[in-house]
Design a protein around this ligand. Structure first.
Ligand code: SF4
Length: 320
C-alpha cells in the first residue's frame, strides 16, 4: 500500500513512488491544481505516519517483485499530501538508501522554515521544491497555504535550504492561465528561482485533473514567454508539458497497483489499459473498483482519467 509503480517520471526516469502519508490527503497547502484532490487535513504539524522500517520493508518487497526492466532509477517520496509532514522522513530516507537506489523527495517546500525539515531533506539525493508564486497574494490564490505560514519567511527558507543542500536541487513551478502567467509575475518568479540556483527549473502545466475545475493551462504562447523569461536569467529551464507515457510498472497485485497509483497520480485511460494488459487482467477489476467507490473516472482535456476516491474519516473541514 505504501509503494507503487515504477511510474514513468518526466524528471526521474523510472520512479518507484513511496507514499509516506497515505491517509486522507494531509497537506500544508490546498493548491488549486492539486492532482490528489482537495486537502482533507490542512496542517503544518508534523506527525507520525508509518514506521521507517515498515516503509523500507514494503519498498524492498516491491523491488524484489519487479522484472529487471522495471528496476527503478529513483525511489521518490511523493505523497498523498506533503511528505515533510512525516516526522520520520529523515530516517525513512536513510532506510530507503540501503537499497542502493537514489532517493528523491518532491516537496511543496512550505516547512523548510523548520530546521528539522531542512536536516531531513539534506539526506535525500534529489529534492524538488515547489515555487509557483512570487508574492503573498498569488501564493494565497494558488497554493492556499495553512494560515500559520508566512510568505516572507517561506522565501528566506528556500534560500537557506539552497545554501545548505549538497544534492541535486530542482524547482518546479506550475504555470496556470490567468493566475501566475503574466510577464511581470514571471519576471519576479524567475528572480526568486535564480537565487535558489537549482540544477534545473521545471515549468509545468496542469496535465492531470485539477482539484478546482476552473484551473486552465496557459496557451503555448504564454508558456513560451515563461521559458524565455527564465532562460534569459541564465536558469537551466525545462518545460514539462507532456504526458509521462504509459509504461507503468507493476508489483504483481493489479488491484493494489491501481489503488496505489491513483492515490497520487490520476491514471490516464491508455496507461491503465496497458497496466491491465501487462497483468493479463481484464477491465472487470476497474469496474469493480468503481462500483466499490474506490476510484472514479474524470474527463480532462478530452481524455479519460481514473482517480482515487477518498471517504473522509478524519477532519472534514480542512481545505476550504
Ligand atoms: S499539489 Fe502538493 S502541495 Fe499542493 S495541495 Fe497537492 S499535495 Fe499539497
Amino acid at each position: 500500500m505504501i509503494s507503487f509503480g515504477p511510474v514513468p517520471s518526466r524528471r526521474l526516469g523510472k520512479s518507484l513512488g513511496v507514499n509516506n502519508i497515505i491517509a486522507s490527503k494531509t497537506c500544508s497547502y490546498a493548491c488549486v491544481y492539486c492532482q490528489a484532490g482537495r486537502t482533507h487535513i490542512k496542517t503544518i504539524k508534523r506527525d507520525i505516519f508509518f514506521k521507517p522500517e515498515m516503509i523500507y520493508r514494503d519498498v524492498e518487497k516491491h523491488i524484489s517483485l519487479l522484472p529487471p526492466d522495471s528496476y527503478p532509477d529513483y525511489l521518490t517520496i511523493v505523497s498523498n499530501g506533503e511528505p515533510t509532514l512525516d516526522i520520520n522522513l529523515g530516517r525513512t530516507i536513510e532506510f530507503l538508501q540501503k537499497t542502493g537506489i537514489p532517493v528523491a523527495v518532491i516537496t511543496n517546500a512550505s516547512l523548510l522554515v523548520l530546521d528539522q525539515v531542512r536536516d531531513d531533506l539534506c539526506r535525500a539525493d534529489l529534492v524538488s521544491l515547489k515555487t509557483d508564486a512570487a508574492d503573498d497574494k498569488i501564493w494565497k490564490k494558488i497554493n492556499r497555504p495553512d494560515k500559520n505560514l508566512d510568505f516572507e519567511n517561506h522565501l528566506k527558507s528556500l534560500l537557506l535550504f539552497s545554501a545548505e543542500y549538497k544534492g541535486i536541487l530542482c524547482t518546479e513551478s506550475m504555470i496556470i492561465d490567468q493566475l501566475n502567467d503574466s510577464p511581470d509575475h514571471l519576471e519576479r518568479l524567475a528572480g526568486i528561482v535564480k537565487n535558489i540556483n537549482p540544477r534545473t527549473a521545471y515549468l509545468s502545466v496542469p496535465t492531470r485533473p485539477p482539484s478546482e475545475k476552473w484551473v486552465k493551462m496557459p496557451d503555448a504562447g504564454k508558456l513560451n514567454t515563461a521559458w524565455q523569461i527564465f532562460s534569459k536569467k541564465g536558469i537551466n529551464t525545462e518545460l514539462l508539458t507532456g504526458f509521462e507515457g504509459s509504461e507503468t510498472g507493476s508489483s504483481g497485485n493489479i488491484y493494489e497497483d491501481i489503488l496505489n497509483i491513483t492515490a497520487v497520480h490520476p491514471l490516464r485511460e491508455d496507461s491503465l489499459l496497458r497496466l491491465l494488459e501487462k497483468n493479463s487482467a481484464d477491465f472487470g477489476i476497474v469496474e469493480s473498483l468503481i462500483s466499490q467507490k474506490l476510484i472514479k473516472t474524470v474527463m480532462y482535456l478530452d481524455k479519460k482519467f481514473f482517480i482515487r476516491e477518498y471517504h473522509l474519516s478524519r477532519n472534514k473541514s480542512g481545505n476550504k
